[in-house]
Write a protein that binds this ligand. Structure first.
Ligand SMILES: Nc1ncnc2c1ncn2[C@@H]1O[C@H](COP(=O)(O)OP(=O)(O)O)[C@@H](O)[C@H]1O
Ligand SMILES: [Mg+2]
Length: 335
């Protein structure tokens, strides 16, 4: 890859000693106002160092896509900080600016809607390159060939239209388009969820290879815990707008939050056959009126539903002690 990755003066060291990449601190996003106000993201911290993948997991509606949109200036941020290589990018205007868009790119679930059906692949890539780089026409042409090669597409793909490709191929093209500007961060929101299981692993392996070649930081949003486990370095688990646990591989073998444990026990490919599997009580609460204290207490298998003396769960919000390291937001974490 020819694009230069940017240096990190003043970068803050991340959990594993790596620096730079994307950092999110105390992010709050509120849709609407008054009685219908919905705080979809409520005080979230995330660290995605360069060359690393952070998986963001949680049930549908917990706020994962809202975090992604907030980072790229497409959701109403009401508080917090977003940092790139240690420098704060505060305002929505700054996040909309071409320079920021060049540095942080998104790939969406549906490659059918993210590619213009009337543009050939070469035209779509050329558009991104013309907008965000100083390359000449011939420079852009060779970069397009390089990008298609990077996503394992042949050069003959360049003059075809999106409709001529399969879902998996279109997602490769969407990835090539995201990489066109040499971003430091790629946000991948459920990028394999709409694909056949048979091609999902190929796309995820491709993302991993690209990361090894370019050092890009990847925020991988997925509701699939097996995908998160095998294709990320760290995982953050989200429930009703908050991160409840974050950790490395050990999160999968020894989850400390009862919600993480319940998600794992409900995951078809990761579930163990142990007898003490955790099941969630009830439904997801109305996000307009989240429960007081720990938001999970109304469904928690080890909270006040089963342990009436655990009144603290209703009264106090458990903090997430170390947002960049391994931490759990629970008053009674699992051993
Ligand atoms: N544009 C919007 N306006 C109002 N509410 C929204 C909007 N987008 C999402 N929400 C709400 O915010 C919450 C989080 O949604 P989302 O971030 O899409 O979750 P996820 O990606 O985890 O499924 C949900 O309750 C959803 O209904
Ligand atoms: Mg989503």
């Amino acid at each position: 890859m020819t694009a230069v990755l940017h240096g990190g003066e003043g970068a803050v060291p991340a959990a594993d000693g790596r620096t730079g990449g994307l950092q999110v601190r105390d992010l709050r996003v509120t849709y609407g106002a008054g009685a219908r106000a919905l705080t979809a993201v409520d005080g979230v911290d995330l660290d995605v160092p360069r060359g690393r993948t952070l998986a963001l997991v949680g049930e549908s509606g917990c706020g994962k896509s809202t975090i992604a949109k907030a980072i790229v200036g497409l959701a109403p941020v009401v508080g917090g900080r977003i940092m790139l290589d240690g420098a704060t990018v505060t305002t929505e205007r700054e996040r909309h600016a071409a320079r920021f868009r060049q540095r942080v790119q998104m790939v969406f679930q549906d490659p059918y809607s993210s590619l213009n059906p009337r543009m050939t692949i070469a035209e779509a890539l050329d558009e991104a390159l013309a907008l965000h780089t100083e390359l000449t026409k011939s420079g852009r042409r060779s970069r397009i060939a390089e990008l298609l090669d990077m996503v394992a597409m042949t050069g003959t793909a360049a003059d075809k239209y999106p409709a001529e490709f399969s879902g998996g191929q279109r997602q490769r093209i969407a990835i090539a388009r995201a990489l066109a500007t040499g971003p430091e961060v790629v946000i991948a929101d459920e990028i394999t969820s709409a694909l056949d299981v048979s091609v999902q692993a190929a796309i995820l392996n491709l993302m991993r290879e690209i990361q090894q070649r370019t050092g890009v930081a990847v925020l991988m949003i997925t509701h699939n815990l097996a995908v998160a486990r095998y294709f990320s370095h760290r995982t953050a688990v989200m429930y009703l707008g908050r991160i409840v646990e974050n950790g490395d591989e050990s999160l999968y073998d020894a989850p400390r939050h009862p919600y993480t444990r319940a998600l794992l026990d409900a995951s078809p490919s990761l579930a163990t056959d142990r007898a003490d599997r955790v099941h969630l009580a009830g439904d997801l609460p109305d996000p307009h009126h989240p429960p007081a204290g720990c938001r999970f207490h109304t469904r928690c298998p080890i909270g006040p539903l089963t342990h009436p003396d655990r009144v603290v769960c209703r009264a106090a919000t458990p903090p997430l002690a170390d947002p960049a390291g391994s931490a759990v937001a629970c008053h009674f974490p699992l051993a």
